[in-house]
Design a protein around this ligand. Structure first.
Ligand SMILES: [Fe+2]
Ligand SMILES: [Fe+2]
Length: 239
């Protein structure tokens, strides 16, 4: 597995995005093992999850819900708070996330058709979505938060791809084929948001503080997610 910064650098090169040194300095924190989304611990959690179709299906349904709520939020910001090039990028981004939601829903149904909810899965309809109407219009914070969410997604998809590649077979090969397409979109999302965040590093001294705050926030989310997945793996291991 490449380091997190190597994965981001690859995305930037692929999409022709250049960034400032202050942005690069901030990224270096993501190569530490304490950055849970790309850690060895999370890799093992994801490996245990992907080996159990019902547990994987449950997690994919959660991904579907998060992708859908992300799509709604981004579309809201595009419509109400953005214009010009940024607005066009956000509209495309919102469409991509809506498509990812459909992909994860279909993968969950394919992996575990007719499966009951996993033990620690919330009832359908409760997707934990942030309410777009509560958005305060702070586009700078929104872009940093979105960028770090996309980096988290790149780490997640990167781990899924490497786990599936190491255990070839009809199901894993098919899954990897589909997830490769999602990964390619996430790579683009990381790259275009990096350009905006890099610009912020050049003009606003508050960007470092924002960046660190959202890194910590997504690490906390990853611990909560790992806890749900481990709970489902434990329940499935008993049955
Ligand atoms: Fe996505
Ligand atoms: Fe994305």
């Amino acid at each position: 597995m490449s380091t997190m910064t190597a994965q981001i650098e690859h995305a930037l090169t692929l999409h022709g995005v250049t960034v400032c040194q202050a942005y690069r300095n901030a990224l270096s924190a993501l190569d530490d093992e304490s950055y849970l989304p790309d850690s060895r611990l999370m890799l093992e959690v994801n490996r245990a999850m992907l080996a159990r179709p019902v547990v994987a299906a449950s997690r994919f349904r959660r991904h579907a819900a998060h992708e859908a709520s992300g799509s709604r939020f981004i579309a809201f910001v595009a419509e109400k708070h953005a214009e010009g090039g940024l607005q066009r990028q956000l509209w495309k981004h919102a469409k991509d996330e809506a498509r990812h939601s459909r992909i994860f829903t279909a993968l969950a149904a394919w992996l575990a058709p007719g499966a009951a909810r996993a033990p620690m899965e919330k009832p359908a309809g409760d997707d934990g979505a942030g309410d777009p109407s509560s958005f305060n219009g702070d586009i700078a914070s929104f872009l940093v938060a979105t960028h770090l969410a996309e980096i988290r997604n790149l780490a997640l998809l990167g781990q899924y791809r490497s786990i599936l590649a190491a255990a070839p077979g009809a199901t894993n090969d098919r899954l990897r084929q589909v997830l490769d397409r999602v990964h390619a979109d996430e790579s683009h999302h990381v790259a275009y948001t990096a350009a905006h965040v890099s610009q912020q590093f050049e003009v606003s001294p508050r960007t470092s503080e924002r960046f660190e705050w959202y890194v910590d926030s997504y690490v906390r989310d990853a611990w909560a997610e790992a806890s749900i997945v481990c709970g489902n793996v434990a329940c499935r291991s008993r049955s």
